[in-house]
Design a protein. Structure first.
Lengths: 351, 353, 262
């Protein structure tokens, strides 16, 4: 392998690596405040990219990206409020959301073509929303029985649900955003050339990582979230509204994932089912760094990105995912606490 | 003691009645999808033992299903040479271990389905042990992720590898001549015998499950699920029991996969996807994680409905939604006696007003 | 009496066992022994390392150094299930019942070691497993009788009152006919009637052939029942001896009540 190829692989590795790191940081943020792994993290990334693609068709790219972030952030808040929050008091929002999804499914199952348009939607809503409320009323007291594992399965299910909804709103084709600032090589270091989009990715993600670091270290909200992750009860005794912190953590994770997704979209395109792959690799990276340790994830991400990029020279392209999976299995079986985590700390964690 | 077998008897009767009913209504075409649903139900019985009784999650069970199906499919379709070969292969052929098949390119030798079946079990046990020993130490989301990673690796492998057909999978799988006169295949004229073949295997698996549940091993598994430390203080070697039930559930899935491969005549990578694994988990969750009968009933019905295409392109979304609702509101499954009781109590209260 | 002969008479002999948790030296060089048929209690103020000691002996935590011999065998650093097979059983400070199983099933699980049926034997319901199951069932019912729990046999364990749960755990721990039984604060959370009942049961269990090692705070129970008492303070052995000696020992009094004149 000549030196040019080496640096090419390195650059690709760094780009995807920092992306995985952002997904992993998102995992860590949510894990730190709630103790669950939010498997839908990957879908936030894809959602941001998809919305950006659609909006970019009639608005400038910058606005499109902002819309993508906004929609993803809103969806993150919805996911948290409806699906994750373990409260057993009545939640109308949850009842309605479930009702709407049930109604949509009813519509596909029952074929009511002879009616004027729109009426079939109304009928299904009329059936679905009460069903949602029934479930809410009858069974909400069982929500307390939820286990952490149940919540993980729940987020996996939510991720699949999100993916299928995205499939039906968009389609199964691959979409791409245009390059933010064109495609002529803009930076050349030695023999390696960086396309402008790559610089965007590295730049945006780099700023994001630094920004998050500063946020958590120095701002009031950042410190409040760190307090929540260390000891929720103590934090609430200090006057921190832990519920709001949890919602913020979801919104923040979704937003950064969406931004990352939008920024890499011109390079890797986006497809409705890309989220799963990012989620698993992001999880691998989070574990590699040590679950909950946000910034060790950056190291982990770069390691995985580079490993994957270089693996193309050894293994056929179809086996690329196997690299991440093998890494995950190796880490889980040999050092589940990660590179920077501590053995005793992870043993104390309650799964 | 015999009363634990009472539901098995009910299951047998239900199976026979169903078949007769379909015959009477002249809807024999439904038997194909029913038989397929039976095979998937076999998978989820094994998974229910693992998840509900032993409390270990597996998000990659479609991987074991695929290992079974692909191993069987490959071995019975692999070209070991022309059919009129002599010497050692000829000897094996006359011993019935190799079978001649006619293909467009002439008569060739492949492994007999029984040999392939034995190989499926050996290979699956090998995989289950290799995976289980390191990862069953993990709990909660670590275990979920590790099994998920396993599932993805299997899927990537079967999709990428040439001799397993890549995206097309393996087709042209011959019938499985199980016993004289009984052949497992997708032959339209043999729908009824094939229905019973699947049913018999399901009954055997369910009986084994019932036996295990109501035995010393079953108590040990429930104990491990309830409180692993306390179980170990009573002399229960948790690692060994978890591994045992993991292998059992893996072999069950693989056997179902191998037989379904013969029934469908083909196998493709779509049987190894994450979606399939999540579907298995949904079916177990909905049936009541630790209720074999709930799982058999609900699992069979839902899978059948899905195969009938009732949900169209929303099939995956439907199962995801079911899983969401179950996990949110009914974390211990839909078929639970307590829910019926609370429902009845609620209705009573309404009626009193 | 020389060391070897002494060790032969002891059912359990612990020598210089140590455990650190990071910077905390939780158990320091503790040595003691338990003779067969004895009821021995370990007492000490909170934080003295009593439960840690139990966890070290039952295998849930691994000691840093030392030696533990049980019934002539070295059990140092064996996993908990192996130690149970050798004849040690225990109860827990916070009752660890199998909440979703019935009381009878809990106790039958306690008798797990009475059986040999493995996966294949159970899956195929081989004939010899029947007599095994009957024997386990019989043992469990017998224990439920001893512990006055027959009326709760088919109740789900998780829904019972706390005092009943404690008894179930005690019964479960006896089900494997252990040689040595560790009781971790058995009287904690019990009311006066339940404590009296417990004090009645402990010698009954000892008379069935078990040796008992207790960690307990209820002093009257400890003084009444114990043949010997070991006092721990800040992880180290303070003093060991007969109950009446311990009651008068000024070090013990100081450690519990402080340095004032009593």
């Amino acid at each position: 392998m000549n030196i040019e190829l080496f640096f090419d692989y390195l650059v690709v590795g760094l780009t995807t690596g920092i992306l995985y790191a952002i997904v992993a940081i998102g995992f860590n943020i949510i894990y730190n405040t709630t103790g669950i792994i939010n498997f839908a993290q990957g879908e936030f990334l894809v959602l941001g990219a998809m919305v950006a693609v659609t909006v970019s068709e009639f608005l400038p790219v910058g606005v499109a990206v902002a819309c993508g972030i906004a929609v993803a952030a809103g969806y993150g808040m919805l996911v948290e409020t409806v699906f994750v929050r373990r409260v057993s008091h009545f939640s109308a929002l949850r009842a309605v959301s479930i009702g709407i999804i049930v109604a949509l499914l009813l519509k596909t199952v029952l074929e009511l073509h002879e009616l004027p348009p729109g009426v079939d939607y109304l009928i299904c809503l009329a059936a679905g929303i009460p069903a949602g409320f029934c479930l809410e009323i009858l069974f909400r007291k069982h929500m307390k029985e939820q286990t952490v594992l149940g919540l993980i399965i729940l987020t996996i299910a939510v991720s699949i649900l999100t993916r299928e909804i995205m499939l039906h709103i968009w389609d199964e084709k691959v979409h791409a955003l245009p390059n933010f600032t064109g495609n002529e090589v803009s930076l050349t270091i030695g023999s390696v050339s960086f396309s402008p989009q790559r610089l965007w990715v590295m730049g945006v993600c780099g700023i994001l990582v630094v920004g998050l670091y500063l946020f958590f270290k120095y701002t009031r909200y950042g410190k409040a979230m760190r307090a929540c992750s260390l000891d929720k009860t103590a934090a609430s005794l200090c006057g921190i509204n832990t519920r709001v912190m949890i919602t913020i953590s979801f919104v923040l994770s979704a937003a950064i994932a969406a931004l990352a997704g939008a920024v890499i979209c011109p390079l890797t395109q986006t497809q409705y089912n890309m989220g799963t792959s990012f989620a698993i690799k992001g999880f691998t990276v989070a574990i590699l760094g040590g679950l909950g340790k946000s910034f060790a994830a950056v190291a982990g991400g770069l390691i995985l990105g580079i490993l994957e990029a270089f693996s193309v020279s050894l293994l056929p392209n179809a086996f690329k995912d196997v690299v991440a999976m093998s890494l995950l299995l190796i880490i889980l079986t040999s050092m589940p606490s990660g590179l920077f985590g501590s053995r005793q700390e992870s043993r104390l964690k309650d799964f | 003691m015999k009363r634990i077998y009472f539901p098995v008897l009910v299951l047998v009767m239900a199976i026979v009645l169903l078949q007769l009913l379909i015959l009477v209504l002249d809807m024999n075409f439904l038997l194909t999808q029913i038989t397929m649903s039976l095979y998937y139900t076999i998978v989820i019985v094994g998974l229910c033992m693992l998840m509900g009784y032993a409390g270990q999650i597996s998000m990659g069970h479609a991987g074991f299903f695929a290992i079974g199906a692909y191993t069987q499919a490959f071995l019975v379709t692999v070209n070991l040479g022309p059919a009129d070969i002599s010497g050692f292969p000829g000897f094996l052929k006359s011993a019935g271990l190799l079978i001649a098949r006619s293909t467009p390119s002439g008569e060739i030798l492949s492994f007999s389905p029984w040999i392939a079946f034995v190989a499926v079990i050996i290979i699956t046990v090998f995989f289950a042990l290799d995976l289980g020993i390191p990862i069953l130490r993990l709990k909660g989301h670590y275990l979920a992720m590790a099994t998920l990673a396993f599932g993805i690796m299997i899927y990537t492998f079967v999709l990428a590898v040439d001799f397993l057909g890549m995206a097309d999978g393996i087709a042209g799988i011959p019938p499985f001549q199980m016993f004289p006169g009984i052949a497992l295949s997708g032959d339209m004229s043999a729908r009824i015998p094939n229905y019973y073949i699947a049913a018999v295997v399901l009954i055997i698996v369910v009986t084994v499950a019932v036996n295990i549940i109501n035995s010393r091993v079953g108590r040990a598994l429930k104990a491990i699920h309830g409180n692993q430390l306390a179980a170990e203080s009573l002399g229960i070697n948790a690692s060994r029991y978890k591994l045992g039930i993991f292998v059992f559930s893996a072999v069950t899935a693989a056997v179902a996969g191998a037989m379904l491969a013969h029934y469908n005549g083909s196998i493709g990578p779509s049987e190894a996807t994450i979606n399939k694994s999540v579907r298995f988990v949904s079916l177990v969750a909905v049936g009541g994680m630790d209720s074999i009968w709930g799982v058999v009933g609900m699992g069979f019905c839902l899978q059948f409905i899905s195969l009938r295409g009732v949900f169209g392109s929303f099939d995956e979304a439907f199962f995801a939604l079911i899983l969401v609702i179950t996990m949110l509101f009914l974390p211990r499954g839909i078929i639970r006696v307590e829910y019926f009781k609370s429902l009845v109590a609620w209705i009573r209260r309404l009626l009193k007003k | 009496m020389d060391k070897e002969a002494f060790e032969k008479m002891s059912l359990l002999s612990v020598t210089n066992i140590n455990k650190h948790f990071g910077g905390l030296h939780a158990v320091r060089d503790v040595s003691f022994s338990v003779t067969k048929g004895m009821i021995k209690s370990i007492i000490g103020p909170n934080g003295a390392g009593k439960t840690t000691l139990f966890n070290l002996l039952s295998g849930e935590i691994r000691p840093d150094s030392g030696q533990v011999q049980f019934d002539g065998k070295k059990i140092y650093r064996l996993p908990p299930y192996r130690i149970a097979t050798l004849g040690i059983s225990r109860t827990y400070q916070t009752t660890r019942l199998f909440d979703h199983m019935t009381v009878l099933e809990n106790v039958m699980t306690g008798a797990h070691l009475m059986g040999r049926a493995g996966f294949f034997a159970c899956a195929l319901k081989l004939p010899w497993t029947f007599s095994e199951e009957t024997a386990i069932n019989k043992k469990a019912v017998e224990l439920l009788e001893v512990f006055d729990l027959l009326e709760f046999a088919d109740e789900v364990a998780g829904e019972l009152a706390f005092g009943i749960k404690r008894r179930v755990e005690f019964a479960r721990a006896c089900a494997s006919s252990p040689k040595l039984l560790f009781l971790d604060e058995p009287a904690a959370g019990l009311n006066i009637y339940e404590t009296i009942e417990l004090s009645r049961l402990i010698p009954v269990i000892r008379d069935r052939g078990l040796t008992l090692l207790l960690v307990e705070h209820d002093m009257s129970m400890v003084m009444d029942l114990s043949d010997e008492i070991l006092v721990l303070n800040e992880g180290a052995r303070l003093v060991e001896g007969l109950p009446r000696e311990i009651q008068k020992n000024t070090d013990v009094i100081r450690v519990y009540l402080g340095d004032e004149q009593c």
